[in-house]
Design a protein around this ligand. Structure first.
Ligand code: MSP
Length: 642
């Protein structure tokens, strides 16, 4: 049986700046895809690295009074050091200053030169030193470089050119016949529309009189290669092109991850370079959008360049990986703010994932002292097997989305399954079943299915949150050694949790971040007077669904074994109800009797610490704790609050 292989790459990052949020995103996206492919049974190779030649690096080094090499060593190290911090598992880290890379760049240049696709010519054009490239007049904005806002200088020099124009029709045809070559679709369309204009030949050299920090052309020692011819070749030099087994094994079907800023070199120059050098064309390009920070493009002058170390130090690596993958729709731009990060941690990770995990395991602890009982096959099918098919659906949807780099959809599929688990608990009411000896087999079955579902969740979150996946699996007693993972096939096989084993008390996966008590630290620009993020906008009709009523507290008592909860009896005019409220730390029972409060009267009943709660009373949190909502004049109980 031949094992399928997949090669993923990130761009090699310039060493003129330290790693930031944008670099972290591309590398995490490629890491997530690599781990996902491994779950599909592929052998993978994941490459990242640094791009170290060119004017920009020379200038940055000069500013620091270092040589380009010393400077590149230092910054390249920062890019290497951040990988374990982000839990990125690369197979190789390439540097364009590596001797082997330089040798292979020269070999590729010679090959293309020999075949006649590189020629020498004199050229006069508008050159932007910031971008290290010539511009066409039509590409400028008000006569200025669109990226740097400075007027380019007219430069005349002789240089080597690559005959890209010769391959234009071939490339259009290749893109048209390979729908997955550039994705998402909007970038494929962008490249195709660019190719409607005649392609200019590409200037691939710089005279050494102007730049020495580069790879000398093998056919003219007075010139060095221009950045792209050097940089793009990293993808094959790292694999040991042309003869190594690694190259033969992994190059076919290679997929590159880049952001929209570099689609032209990747979508046009690179396939044509490969074609001209007689090398197989890569399999595809995955293009994502840009992260803005607090609504603006990251820039040193605004001061919003976000350092991934700071985010992971404050919130943890898995939360950061989750947020980036969940928040950005791959292909579109996204906005990073600390408020949205905290909000996702609290709602998706602490509330949804963390809560269902501890909810299920605590119930199992309470009912069966942690022992996993088996599912009783005599239990009616609906109760017994509905989660099995829901789990399968989650695996299928997750796989389909992840395959297309639709990470946010893949994650949504898992979270949809989590919401099903919560509903399953609420509808089947394990606490009621636990009260009656005769319904214990049903309870055992429910608990088994829930624990089994948590196993599936733990498998599916692996690519995005490898550490949390391992933590869950450790608690469930199914951890793999050496950071191993379960394949998708294994994830989908129902019934793998072993009965009779005893699970420990669940640990908290993601503690809630109390934004009132511990406002987020400054990650980039200060977040002024942090307030909990506002929730999604709703319509007046949505609001009208909530039945808020005035109520008077007529009785209040403590609940045994709970330091937080009070059992209240509230008068709602036409009826009295029991409401369990988490205010025991803030109000003594005698203090609250007689108070008029607001009750959410149509909230689904729930049990808290085994006590029925028929609604919820509203309170606001402040630094010292909770303050009950109320009225400044007496009101009749049971009236509507609008
Ligand atoms: N050295 C070239 C790439 C050569 S690849 C053969 C280069 N380097 S770079 O340091 O500028 O990195 C650009 C890449 O960094 C983008 O394509 C993207 O992967 C990542 N990002 C940089 N800023 C980003 C955002 N604000 N948002 C998302 N990704 C960003 O270009």
């Amino acid at each position: 049986m031949t094992i399928k292989t997949q090669f993923f790459t990130t761009p090699i990052y310039y060493v003129n700046a330290k790693p930031h949020l944008g670099h972290a995103y591309t590398s995490i996206a490629a890491d997530v895809s690599t781990r996902f492919k491994q779950m599909q049974g592929y052998r993978t190779f994941f490459l990242t690295g640094t791009d170290e030649h060119g004017d920009k690096i020379v200038q940055a080094a000069e500013k620091q009074n270092s040589t380009p090499k010393e400077y590149a060593d230092k910054i390249s190290q920062l890019f290497q050091d951040i990988l374990p911090v982000l839990n990125i598992k690369n197979d190789y880290f390439i540097r364009t200053t590596d001797e082997n890379h330089k040798k292979i760049v020269k070999a590729v240049l010679s090959k293309i030169h020999d075949s006649g696709d590189i020629y020498f010519s004199s050229y006069e054009g508008l050159y932007c030193f910031g971008c290290e490239r010539f511009y066409q007049e039509r590409e400028l904005v008000d006569g200025k470089c669109p990226d740097h806002g400075t007027a380019p200088e007219v430069i005349k020099e002789s240089n080597y050119f690559f005959k890209m124009s010769k391959y234009q029709d071939w490339l259009i045809d290749h893109i048209n016949t390979h729908p997955d070559f550039i994705r998402p679709d909007q970038y494929r369309t962008e490249i195709l529309s660019f190719l409607k204009e005649p392609l200019e030949d590409l200037c691939i050299s710089r005279p050494k009189t102007r730049l020495t920090w580069g790879i000398t052309l093998p056919f003219d020692e007075n010139f060095v290669t221009y950045v792209w011819f050097d940089a793009l070749v990293n993808y094959i030099s790292a694999l040991g092109y042309p003869d190594s087994d690694t190259f033969r094994t992994f190059w076919p079907g290679a997929r590159h991850f880049v952001a929209k800023d570099i689609i032209k070199p990747h979508g046009i120059y690179w396939p044509i370079m490969l074609k001209a050098a007689g090398i197989d064309i890569y399999g595809g390009l995955n293009v994502h959008g840009f992260w803005n920070v607090q609504g603006s493009k990251m820039s040193k002058s605004i001061g919003n360049v976000t350092d991934p170390h700071q985010v992971t130090d404050t919130y943890g690596t898995d939360a950061f990986r989750y947020f980036l993958m969940r928040e950005m729709v791959f292909g579109l731009d996204a906005n990073f703010t600390e408020q949205t990060l905290v909000s996702r941690i609290n709602s998706d990770l602490a509330n949804d994932l963390g809560n269902v995990f501890s909810r299920v395991l605590s119930m199992n602890q309470r009912y069966f002292k942690g022992k996993i009982k088996g599912a009783d096959t005599r239990i009616e099918t609906q109760k017994n097997l509905s989660l099995k098919s829901d789990a399968q659906a989650a695996v299928d949807e997750f796989s389909m989305a992840m395959e297309k780099c639709e990470f946010h959809k893949g994650i949504q599929a898992v979270w949809h399954f989590i919401s099903i688990l919560n509903k399953y608990i609420d509808t089947n009411e394990p606490w009621t079943l636990a009260k009656d000896e005769s319904t214990l087999p049903v309870l055992e079955t429910l608990m088994y299915n829930l624990i089994e579902s948590l196993r599936v969740v733990s498998c599916l979150i692996y690519p995005v949150m490898p550490q949390t996946s391992a933590d869950m699996q450790k608690t469930l007693g199914i951890q793999k050694t050496d950071g191993g993972f379960y394949t998708l096939q294994e994830a989908a096989v129902w019934g793998q949790i072993k009965t009779a084993s005893v699970l420990p008390d669940p640990q908290m996966l993601f503690p809630r971040i109390d934004v009132e008590k511990a406002p987020p630290k400054e990650l980039s620009t200060p977040v002024k007077s942090f307030k909990p993020p506002l929730k999604e906008e709703i319509t007046i009709d949505d609001f009208a669904k909530i039945d808020l009523r005035t109520a008077t507290v007529v009785k209040a008592e403590k609940i045994e074994n709970s330091s937080k909860l009070l059992k209240l009896t509230v008068d709602l005019g036409a009826e009295t109800r029991q409401v369990i409220a988490g205010i025991a730390k803030d109000y003594a029972p005698e203090e609250i009797i007689g108070k008029q409060v607001i009750v959410v009267a149509n909230l689904k009943q729930a049990h808290l610490m085994g006590e029925l709660s028929q609604g919820m009373i509203l309170a606001a949190s402040n630094k010292k704790g909770l303050v009950l909502s109320g009225f400044d004049k007496p009101v009749k109980p049971g009236n509507c609050v609008k």
